[in-house]
Design a protein around this ligand. Structure first.
Ligand SMILES: C[S@@+](CC[C@H](N)C(=O)[O-])C[C@H]1O[C@@H](n2cnc3c(N)ncnc32)[C@H](O)[C@@H]1O
Length: 210
């Protein structure tokens, strides 16, 4: 487990090219600066930025094979977690960041431009208004309870879609709230960063009941 900020940064660095590390360091600096202007991350987590946000996001790449090539869809990206971190770590993957709040959209666009993230597409609108496409990976951290999340995003899933949903302490309980036919698609993996947190991991197309 991770035992401090240096450890968390080392965890991320071990999964990155030197260019990605440079960009993540730049993201950390930009975020610390911007957080004084708008509430992107809780002030209490500023001192543990690498642990709580960067490493917590970076661990998701361990669940996806390098050969995956289709788009990664991140729901409710907010300050950019996990979506911006994924876009930096995997420049060969198209990453769509969906965010509806104006200042957060501007933030995501600014970072994407300043860090020259050509693979990153900011969908600055409500998820409900984003046009259909087939996502290889769907991620969402602190976006919505499982049933609502799946209702809103099922149309982007295919039989091969990987779902990566960091759910903190409520992971197992959230899976239990799903109807039985969906429950079997998902399981919980322990976070490598926080021993008390779980990531709901799934594969497949979510079929909604009519
Ligand atoms: C609690 S924040 C989490 C942000 C980020 N994923 C994180 O973990 O730090 C949830 C974000 O989802 C966005 N959001 C909520 N509902 C949305 C919707 N229907 N479409 C797009 N964005 C939405 C909010 O504006 C907010 O920025």
């Amino acid at each position: 487990m991770i035992s401090g900020e240096q450890d968390a940064r080392a965890f991320v660095v071990a999964r990155c090219t030197p260019e990605a590390v440079q960009r993540l360091d730049a993201l950390a600096e930009l975020l610390t600066h911007e957080n004084a202007r708008q509430n992107l991350i809780a002030k209490a987590t500023e001192a543990s930025l690498w642990t709580r946000h960067l490493a917590d996001s970076a661990q998701l790449v361990d669940h996806v094979s390098r050969e995956t090539s289709g788009p990664w869809l991140d729901l409710g990206s907010g300050a950019g977690f996990p979506g911006l971190v994924i876009a930096i770590m995997r420049p060969e993957w198209p990453v769509h960041l969906v965010e509806s709040r104006k200042r957060r959209i501007e933030w995501l666009q600014t970072v994407s431009r300043e860090l020259r993230l050509e693979n990153c597409r900011v969908e600055g609108k409500r998820l409900e208004l984003v046009g259909d496409f087939e996502a290889s990976v769907i991620s969402a951290r602190a976006f919505a309870p499982m049933t609502r999340l799946l209702d809103l995003s099922a149309r982007f899933s295919t039989s091969d879609t990987i779902w990566l949903l960091p759910k903190g302490r409520s992971a197992a309980q959230e899976v239990q709230t799903l109807p039985r036919r969906l429950r079997s698609m998902f399981h919980v993996e322990q976070s490598q960063i926080d021993p008390d947190a779980g990531i709901v991991v799934g594969r497949g197309k979510v079929e909604l009941e009519q």
